[in-house]
Design a protein around this ligand. Structure first.
Ligand SMILES: [Zn+2]
Length: 142
């Protein structure tokens, strides 16, 4: 168990179902640590329930294999993003929106009551605090 912070491990943040190597480099590991320290760990304490990571870092090959964003290239390939879930994904989304600095926060799929999962990203600097919601087959800015 290789911890990135208090609650999250490198194994959790590099999980993949693809049969491909998904090992991050030192720069990407540093970004994952920043994501854990600044958002995921404090979020975990606020929610006070386990948070599951569906996908964190992805190599270019893994990102391509699962159909991740190509242009611009997904922030998952930089170690800047995580797809997360808990018992109440709407609460997860709202808690991030109301309490954290982030680059992008995305309400992924689902319906108006609950997203299927929440995408959150953080850059070292120049965070946009952009909020997007998937609706009727496209992403709209909130
Ligand atoms: Zn994502």
């Amino acid at each position: 168990m290789n911890k990135l912070g208090k609650y999250f491990s490198l194994e959790e943040l590099t999980v993949t179902h693809e049969n491909l190597d998904n090992t991050p480099g030192p720069v990407q590991i540093q970004k994952l640590k920043e994501l854990v320290k600044n958002i995921l760990d404090p979020l975990r304490e606020m929610i006070d329930e386990p948070i599951a990571v569906n996908s964190g870092f992805r190599t270019l090959a893994v990102n391509k294999a699962i159909g991740g964003a190509q242009k611009p290239i997904s922030q998952h390939t930089k170690g800047e993003a995580a797809d997360i879930e808990c018992f109440d994904n709407a609460k997860l989304f709202q808690t991030i929106r109301d309490h954290f600095q982030f680059d992008q926060l995305i309400w992924e799929k689902g319906n108006d009551r609950q997203p299927d999962w929440v995408h959150v990203s953080l850059k070292s600097k120049g965070n946009r605090n952009q909020i997007l919601k998937y609706k009727n087959g496209e992403y709209i800015q909130l």
